[in-house]
Every structure is written in C-alpha cells, then in structure tokens.
Design a protein around this ligand. Structure first.
Ligand code: NI
Length: 176
C-alpha cells in the first residue's frame, strides 16, 4: 500500500466527472487500499478516487470512532437510488479543501446501490453521518464539491483563498 498525493482546490481535476469502473480486479483493489491508507494518513473519514487523481467511480469510507478497530468500506460505482425528504445538517470538510468547514444540508437518509470489493451488487440504507458522507463522496464522482452547496459569497471567498495559496506554494517537483 502507498500514500498518494491529494488533489487540492483549485485543481481542475476535482471538476472532472469520473468514469464507471468496468472490472473489479487486483489493480482496482490496490487503488482502494492506497486510497484507504491515504485517507487514514490525512486523516479523514471518506475519500473519492478523483481526490488522488483517478477519475474512477470509487470511494472509501471509514466511520469507526477513534480507538475502535478500523471499519473500511469500499463503494464501487455507487448510485443514489433515493433520498429522503427529511434533511439533516452536518458541518462538512474535505481533504481537497484543507482546514475549511461549513454546514451543509442534505437528505437525512439515502438508499445507495454499489458494488463491493468482491464485485457483488449491494444496497445500503444509510442515515446519519454515513448518509452525509456517501452524498459528499458521490458528489466528488460528479465533479461536485461541498462548497457548491453553500452560498456563492462564501464559496467565492474559499476559492479565492485557495487560488492564492496555490500561487504562493512552490511548484511540485517530480523526482525520478
Ligand atoms: Ni471531499
């Protein structure tokens, strides 16, 4: 397993729509494991493949509490079948928008269909943090970020700040 560099706002890669996974095979599962390791290292509770530069419809989540055993979940080609009328509000953050948090309102429950790491079709009824996390990560697969759900004024401020940070950051060097 290896930790991969995270794609950070305003990198246009974050706006790409990811492609469906065609085969659940060893290279794909290796990517899933790398994504989990990258997420744990950050640390975060969810990560979409596009956040490590792979435009594939796959995401990983681990909502285990600190001190509990890890509970990694891999969702391949996830699809929201239904969202509840009931809404809930969570303060969200994103590994691609470090150190910025804002309240986002989303459906409180969602039904999601996906493939698991054995390539089997699964359906989950999610609520609470899992529902929010799944919606946040599935948004990533469609090039949507959580800041798209806040006011334009706040979003423009965040994007401006990250554009400035990117300008001030020394260019990344590729070694080897
Ligand atoms: Ni995110």
């Amino acid at each position: 397993m290896s930790i991969k560099p995270l794609v950070i706002l305003p990198d246009p890669v974050l706006r790409l729509a990811s492609k469906p996974v065609e085969r659940v095979d060893a290279p794909l599962l290796k990517l899933a494991d790398d994504m989990l390791e990258t997420m744990y290292d950050a640390p975060g509770i969810g990560l979409a493949a596009i956040q490590v530069g792979e435009a594939l419809r796959m995401l990983v989540i681990d909502l285990a509490k600190e001190g509990d055993a890890p509970a990694p979940q891999v969702f391949i080609n996830p699809e929201i079948l239904q969202g509840s009328d009931e809404r809930s509000v969570y303060e969200e953050g994103c590994l691609s928008i470090p150190d910025y948090y804002a309240e986002v309102e989303r459906p409180a429950q969602v039904r999601v269909r996906h493939l698991d790491r054995d390539g089997r079709l699964q359906e989950v009824e999610a609520e609470g943090l899992l529902a929010t996390c799944l919606q946040h990560e599935i948004d990533h697969l469609n090039g949507v970020l959580f800041i798209d759900h806040i006011s334009k004024l706040k979003r423009d401020m965040v994007v401006k700040k990250f554009k400035k940070l990117a300008r001030d950051r020394p260019p990344a060097r590729t070694i080897g």
